[in-house]
Design a protein around this ligand. Structure first.
Ligand code: TYM
Length: 327
């Protein structure tokens, strides 16, 4: 069985972009693959986090994984900080990573732009992400489009290591959906929908109440036309809303276009809001049940144990290959 690994940062509330670009695929892949899904809390602290909020968000992301349909009996669900081997392999891979490679990362450029002091962890972030993936010999990594560059670096690092020290790591493939790999902001279709955007109206959080979802969608920017047509170049805002509709309702773009032919944006947006509510309401109910059940810590404890066993095997192999004295 092929192995899948992916993760999400607990750096804010998960959005519909996270769901469509990644989480939806996590749940689909678990039926056919050996899956590892983690909450990457060590990555979250590459930008300042308020300790209380970090803890709450970490639990929230783990609970949302389960609420979205990840079955902890099938998939290994854990926190990155519970498996210390991530930090250790992250360091080893940092020593193999070139400054130039890290300087080229667009996520680093975006997150550091205009800041006076930038933490070194934000710069070396991709080496830790490579460690996350290579520790489990993952074949497939389901992510949104914005992680493509990090995945390419992971592949380069795995190849570099294998060439220098002998065959050790599997070269992972990205698993990026054809549709919905880049959901854009509701207020500006040139920016991706992001949980760290200070404008709450720019994203739909998975835990937004139905009325908030309706309000955000009714206020979403469109254009001065009235045709519900998928044309990302000329109609980026409407095309983004059509993508969201198609992904939430499990319809094709053409089906969505056909449904609203000649109807204008009003009915389209109204129905879109109901589609999103219909998708998220049951998820939110399961989320509340999981948080109330007190089961989450047990799931994470068990997940960490399973993940640690695998991670320790790979870390020992890596250290031996590099010439560390492993006793
Ligand atoms: P993060 O936490 O920013 O996002 C989690 C996942 O959601 C996807 N995503 C989107 N997809 C479509 N449209 C959007 N607007 C959108 N916003 C986010 C992301 O592509 C991602 O798949 N570096 C990673 C976390 C990470 C990781 C890993 C992922 C750390 N180690 C190992 C895979 C494997 C990140 O910051 O994702």
């Amino acid at each position: 069985m092929k192995r899948v690994l992916s993760g999400m940062q607990p750096s804010g509330q998960l959005t519909l972009g996270n769901y469509i670009g990644a989480l939806k695929n996590f749940t689909a892949l678990q039926h056919t693959h050996d899956c590892y899904f983690m909450v990457v809390d060590l990555h979250a602290v590459t930008v300042p986090q308020e300790p209380k909020a970090l803890k709450e968000q970490t639990e929230a992301v783990a609970a949302l994984y389960i609420a979205a349909g990840i079955d902890p009996a099938k998939s290994t669900v854990f926190l990155q900080s519970h498996v210390h081997q991530h930090a250790e392999l992250g360091w080893l891979l940092t020593t193999l990573t070139y400054m130039g490679e890290l300087e080229r990362m667009t996520q680093f450029k975006d997150k550091s732009a205009g800041k006076e002091s930038v933490g070194a962890g934000l710069f070396t972030y991709p080496s830790l992400m490579a460690a996350d993936i290579l520790l489990y010999n993952a074949d497939l990594v389901p992510v949104g489009d914005d992680q493509k560059q990090h995945l390419e670096l992971t592949r380069d690092l795995a190849q570099r290591f294998n060439q220098r020290f002998g065959d050790t790591f599997t070269i992972p493939e990205p698993y990026i959906p054809k549709l919905g790999a880049r959901i854009m902001s509701l207020d500006d279709a040139s920016k991706k929908m992001s949980k760290s955007n200070p404008n709450q109206g720019s994203f739909i959080a998975l835990l937004d109440p139905p009325d908030v979802i309706r309000k955000k969608i009714s206020r979403a920017v469109t254009d001065s036309g009235r045709e519900v047509k998928f044309d990302p170049q000329n109609k980026p805002e409407v095309s983004n809303l059509i993508s969201i509709y198609a992904q939430c309702a499990n319809k094709s773009i053409a089906e969505v276009e056909a449904l609203y032919e000649g109807q204008g944006y009003g009915p389209f947006k109204k129905d879109l809001a109901e589609q999103v509510v219909a998708l998220l309401q049951p998820l939110q109910e399961r989320y509340r049940d999981i948080r109330a059940s007190g089961e989450l810590h047990n799931i994470l404890r068990e997940g960490a144990q399973r993940a640690s066993e695998q991670a320790e095997l790979m870390l020992r192999r890596t250290k031996e290959k590099m010439g560390f004295l492993v006793l």
